[in-house]
Design a protein around this ligand. Sequence first.
Ligand code: HEM
Length: 401
Amino acid sequence: MTESFPVRRPSGCPFDPAPEYAGYRRSEAPAKVSTPAGVDAYVISRYDDVRTLLRDSRLSSRLAPSDHVVPDADLDREVESGSILQVDGAAHKRLRRMLATEFAVKRMEALRPRVAAMVDERIDALLAAGGPVDLVQEFALPIPSLVICELLGVPYADRDEFQERSAQLVRVDGWTEDLQRASDDLNQYIVGLVLAKQAQPEDDILSRLITRGAELGTPLTLEELVTLGISLLIAGHETTANMIALSTLALLRNPAQLDLIRTDPAKVPGAVEELLRYLSVVHFGLFRYVTDELTIGSSTIDRGDYLIAALSSANRDESVFGDPDRLDLERDAAAHVAFGFGPHQCIGQQLARLELQEVFTRLFARIPTLRLAVPFEEIGYRENTLVYGVTALPVTWDAPI
Ligand code: HEM
């Protein structure tokens, strides 16, 4: 039988994935579902299968429309060149290699003091404004956006406008004219930015991509550079912002767990891995097209079929993570697949970790009485967007005496 996808979360527990996944993991054959865009797909729900398949070269990202969960999506839309998430094989390797050194651990670690300063500046602003505030608008959305401005080399004078547009782009539930306008404006802005860097390279990713491409004899085209810039913005902004806000809510709901990191900041890096596992914000999973017949257990999947690698289910697989539905900040969760797996595994993961670590080291230390400003039951969730999170997070705290 073909079920509807996405399957829904249990009412009352916004952190748990749909209960159907546990049944899917136990079932011999993968469940067949139909997405809102009208595509039938097999759900890969077990941890081992998800990892095995995401590295299988018979799966294509290029032929898998990213909007499969958006009703009425234009699934035949052409993939823009430079869209790293939606290319396969050699074309993907070329883009990935260009970006890899930019996101290497060492380069990211060098950014840590800047990220820490940005987090502190936003906390200063919260404290100056006083509660209650919406933590999504005032904290979670600006931080990753500021970090991406830094990476792309967006001039300081343009950062407020850049942030406003990119926040618009990642906030909405579905495609609207406003969103189209924000997207066109941002695109236009990045075109100008790339042209400026081409004329006068500086110390940032776009400039280095321009120079490196020329040195390697395979220069990136203007379209590729613009699409890469936008891809970094979208992939790095929405995911990290939602992780910041949703993790804060999960920690406030689990005060004993929160105390663990409050009293021992050395536990923050491990806690971040557990939050990534537990919350799995890329909650619908990863969509792929099958280019050649393959088998999963005793089931055969034909060429031309689609798969959904259900990251949120794999991260709750009881054969890998004991008592998987419990948030346990002291467990070893490092093997989670919240960043995906295989050739497209998140290239920004070290940066995301660093941002989350700096946030959770500082936020609760500097605002120890941080709490929800509304009853938990009134919090709204982004159920229909590709990245899960809260729609707003009203918080408050005691003013210093
Ligand atoms: C908590 C935050 C983040 C999460 C949960 C996350 C999750 C993911 C996942 C699941 C993928 C795999 C997509 C696929 O296989 O189709 C991915 C890819 C990617 N991510 Fe992230 N991401 C995060 C932060 C970031 C940041 C901060 C950046 C950069 C600024 C970034 C840039 C990218 C890019 C460029 C790709 C595509 C890589 C490729 O196709 O080779 N991400 N991310």
